[in-house]
Design a protein around this ligand. Structure first.
Ligand code: HEM
Length: 181
């Protein structure tokens, strides 16, 4: 997993709690890397799981909720780093449809070792999108957070529903509220 995910996570822990909490979870997670991440490095995905699990134990907040909150925050950081991905894209559902077709394609060029999920999209209408998420890493909660972060970025209200398919992929249905811009 790319270092930017780790550095953003630890920054969020520090700003939500404090540096002692960062210290505590790095210690308790018993990381191979020792917790010294750089944004351009690549680290074992199991370290991310260990950090989130340690934060959950220290705060009594569930892992699922922590991953959703983190995903929502991560979107803001990713789009600040790559504002060009939203340039000229006026509609949040157009943006989300573009994650598989365009954004992650560009991410792959920038970071050839990135481990990215696959999305299958079905645009039901102008205001409704179905995104089917597939990844061996099963970061469905992070994905939900990223979708919510994208909706926040576009200042849009939407109903988001999730369904686990028999093949273990996760189907997200995003329906914009009619009173949204
Ligand atoms: C500016 C927009 C975006 C950028 C620059 C971006 C970039 C990235 C990067 C660098 C990673 C880490 C890859 C690795 O650790 O090896 C990643 C992972 C991921 N991205 Fe994106 N992303 C963007 C938007 C989104 C959005 C909107 C979604 C959700 C619909 C999404 C879903 C995911 C998920 C779930 C992962 C975790 C890997 C997995 O599930 O297997 N991304 N993305």
């Amino acid at each position: 997993m790319k270092g930017v995910v780790f550095t953003t996570f630890l920054d969020m822990v520090e700003s939500t709690w404090d540096f002692d909490m960062v210290d505590t979870i790095i210690e308790n997670a018993e990381l191979k890397s020792g917790g010294a991440y750089t944004a351009v490095g690549t680290y074992d995905h199991s370290e991310a799981v260990a950090l989130v699990t340690a934060l959950s134990a220290a705060t009594d907040i569930g892992v699922n909720d922590l991953l959703k909150t983190f995903g929502q925050h991560l979107f803001g950081v990713l789009i600040k780093g790559h504002p060009e991905f939203a340039a000229g894209v006026e509609h949040p559902l157009d943006f989300l449809e573009g994650v598989e077709r365009y954004i992650h394609v560009e991410v792959r060029k920038l970071y050839p070792d990135a481990q990215l999920p696959q999305f299958e999209c079905n645009r039901k209408s102008d205001d409704e999108l179905i995104m089917i998420y597939a990844s061996g890493r099963h970061l469905e909660d992070l994905c939900e957070g990223l979708i919510r972060g994208c909706l926040d970025f576009y200042k849009t209200q939407a109903a988001l529903t999730r369904l686990t398919l028999p093949d273990e992929r996760e189907e997200f249905t995003i329906s914009l509220r009619s009173d949204s811009p």
